[in-house]
Design a binder for this molecule. Sequence first.
Ligand code: CO8
Length: 264
Amino acid sequence: MDEYQALKIERADQLATVTIDRPEALNALSTQVVAELARAVDELRSPEAAGIRCVLLTGSGAKAFAAGADIREMADMTEEQAAEYSGAMQDVTRELEQLPVPVIACVNGFALGGGLELAMACDFIYATASARFGQPEVGLGLIPGFGGTVRLPQLVGPARAKELIYSGRAIDAATALQIGLVNQVFDTREEMLEAAAATGAEIAAKSPAAVASAKGTIDAAAALPTAEGLLLEREAFAATFGTEDARIGTRAFLAKEKPQFIGK
Ligand code: CO8
């Protein structure tokens, strides 16, 4: 993988870990971070990344996943520059969602504003007990601009999203767990990363073709009425029968063997 200044990218077996690495600014999403995230997501799609079956996204340091967009950079932005910044980061969140492999956000400390919006573009969120989540933008005279008005209501319902966005209030990990914003909470960062890697290994042992199809179907169906979603599922389900993995998986089951999936 290429050189990065604001990110660290590590690969272990079938797992890639992307770490936002600006702890001195609580991993704020500067234009450089956004550009490097775009490049990293692109690389995760490239042939060199073949074999990676799950991605973890986290922040370096003890205090933050990401404390939002970079307020220092934003302070003097024109409307035009803000549209460009928001568009670039919205593209990153869409591309993350469209990666064929699952992405697990591992939130240590603050996930505020754009930080929470980035975490919500991942497939699901693990958190440390010290994590705090919020959309504080209205306190800056702004509104969420990296997808928060869209994804937060989808995840926790419009009424809870409105209370969080209008008040700018940050909630703790226990509350985030209770409202379904995060899947699991851990005492320490190490425990969280170990658990996420274990989940990644479980995912990696399954058919990559089927996991990619399930991811695409769930995300596409979320934007559709039930009948259309079911139709989409029917087509995607049928298409899995055209894959090698379906033959490998069903034959291995019948032979009482462990399947060795190839991803197509
Ligand atoms: N941007 C830039 N720098 C930041 C940010 C940020 N979002 N957050 C923290 N920092 C910097 C601080 O300025 C400080 O730097 P320095 O040491 O040079 O003064 C350093 O990180 C440490 O921060 P604090 O001293 O403030 O640490 P505390 O532990 O006292 O406080 C908080 C932690 C509560 C997280 C506090 O830093 C804070 O409130 N940060 C801002 C949180 C916020 O409002 N985030 C939302 C930003 S807006 C946004 O994300 C909008 C997204 C859509 C944009 C649309 C496109 C235009």
